[in-house]
Design a binder for this molecule. Structure first.
Ligand SMILES: [Zn+2]
Length: 254
């Protein structure tokens, strides 16, 4: 048995063929700049780590879950003019999701959780479109919404701010530049009130919103805050995976 049989990339046919996996987890990130101090793959490191930690919690309680390889490309249509931000359009994501979901649906798995780590990704409409065509229960989790960020951080920030920076110091400290080199992550707001207040919505043109690509002040970040937050989110998602593994897709309502 591999030491982490719930991580597909580390597993093998001998272990996989005899395991009745119930739930697959597909971590989905992005490749984009994160202020001056965090790496381009920040969303992928975070989301992969959370998927693996949550799966470990569920596996140890007997839930047959498996983490699929992370999709490293997110929707970055608002960042196309930022060097090496690697956009994948929503329609391409749907094609990719359809192929992965179709593959595992024919192999005995019953449920798929997309664990999303990038604000520009939005899987709800894709799931609405795909679900009627496939014999697999599909759901999604935006991991940054699982617990209240303000319980863990002064101001979480939404891109490369205190939350993401704390998480990355905890996970991949050698990949960070010193916080003294980080920009302030100051974000401009929409001039139009409805858009500024959030009840009207349009995607933001990133390079016009922030000068360092960050939105949120990273400077109060610490490893201890990041670890505490990671533990809480992993616990929450781990519990969800256990519940989902036990659930009957034909009997989901009470
Ligand atoms: Zn991010």
């Amino acid at each position: 048995m591999p030491s982490r049989p719930y991580v597909l990339a580390e597993s093998n046919w001998k272990a996989v063929k005899d395991t009745a996996f119930e739930v697959a987890i597909l971590p989905w990130g992005a490749t984009e700049p994160h202020n001056y101090h965090l790496p381009y793959a920040t969303d992928n490191y975070e989301t992969t780590a959370l998927a693996e930690r949550a799966a470990e919690i569920a596996w140890k309680k007997g839930a047959k879950v498996v983490v699929l390889p992370t999709v490293p490309f997110g929707v970055n249509t608002g960042q196309l003019n930022l060097k090496l931000a690697l956009n994948m359009n929503p329609s391409t994501q749907l094609a990719l999701l359809t192929d992965i979901a179709s593959a595992i649906a024919g192999q005995g798995l019953k449920k798929l959780v997309i664990l999303n780590g990038h604000g520009g990704n939005d899987f709800k409409q894709m799931i609405r479109e795909l679900q009627p065509r496939i014999d697999l229960f599909i759901c999604m989790v935006n991991w940054w919404t699982c617990v209240r960020g303000t319980d863990y951080f002064g101001e979480p920030g939404d891109h490369a701010g205190e939350m993401e920076t704390s998480v990355m110091i905890a996970l991949e400290p050698e990949l960070l530049r010193p916080l003294s080199e980080a920009g302030p992550g100051k974000a401009k707001k929409f001039r139009v009130a409805g858009l500024r207040d959030g009840w009207a919505w349009a995607p933001r043109q990133w390079s016009k919103v922030t000068s360092d690509t960050g939105t949120g002040d990273p400077r109060p970040a610490t490893a201890a805050k990041g670890e505490k937050f990671l533990a809480a989110v992993s616990e929450k998602i781990g519990g969800f995976l256990i519940d989902l593994a036990l659930a009957d897709p034909g009997d989901m309502y009470e």
